[in-house]
Design a protein around this ligand. Sequence first.
Ligand code: SF4
Length: 307
Amino acid sequence: MTPPETAPAAAAPAVAWIDSGSPCPHPWSPAVCPVCSPWTEGAAEPFDRAGAQTAQLTAAQVLQALPAEASKIVLRGGELLQRPEALELLTAARRIAPQVELWSNGAALARPGVVQAIRRAGATAVAIGLWGDSPESHDYATGVPGSFARAIAGLKAARQGGLRTAVIAVLLRPTYRGLPSLLQKSLPLGIDAALLWAPPGPDRTAHPLLAPMAAIGPYVDAGVRILAAAGKGCAVLGIAPCALATAAAAAEISPLAQPDRRAARGAPCAACTWRDHCAGQPPLRAQLHGWTGLVARKDAPVLTGRW
Ligand code: SF4
């Protein structure tokens, strides 16, 4: 007797990362800002997006970018809370996904009523960027005195207001050595997860704000261990897994490693078991230094999916 045909199990809706094209609060020129702008690794002309730091998508364009379904929608790309339509966009996202995460510098969240308003509108989580482990290092990177204190106040307000909270630890040349300290200071604030993020950009070896991957690696490994020991979620973004040690296996690597963000592949990458979860190496590094020093990983990728 022929067994009845069974329909294949439907794939679970994915996490949707939506660039909202909101105003960018970073102080750097579009030529050097490595965060929302100025260019995607692999772009033919790296500096042809002058003004991209202040470019915005319309609300209609953001709505158009929302998926038909998702397990979670992450609204990032600039400061969504600076948009007049922020609450409507959160509500539209929540109609689609049971979880809606808002990325912010945290400054607005400590103001009375803001957390309650975004929660009513549909936000379930916020992720707040910390650029350093102290007012000195964070405020240096943001260019705004007092911004570290406001980010921490925003984190506390979000937590007290019942939102899930996460820290985006931005790993830049002036601040990456403070990552373990940054996480140790964030854990008592009740964070649920941390994203360890090395922004994309031109040659990390020489860039004034971007740190070389090989230098960041041990600090990211230490950060992954700290988060794992505390039972917190962890994602690592923008760092090639071959720059990390065994701790990488505890992390969800590069959820944003979409094809357009991936670097050109060299021979080591073709043999690497992590290649589909890797942000790759900046193309300029490969042009200048070849693929020397890259060693393909042989272990199976472990994606915790806890972001
Ligand atoms: S060898 Fe290539 S694919 Fe593998 S982790 Fe390194 S950069 Fe990524």
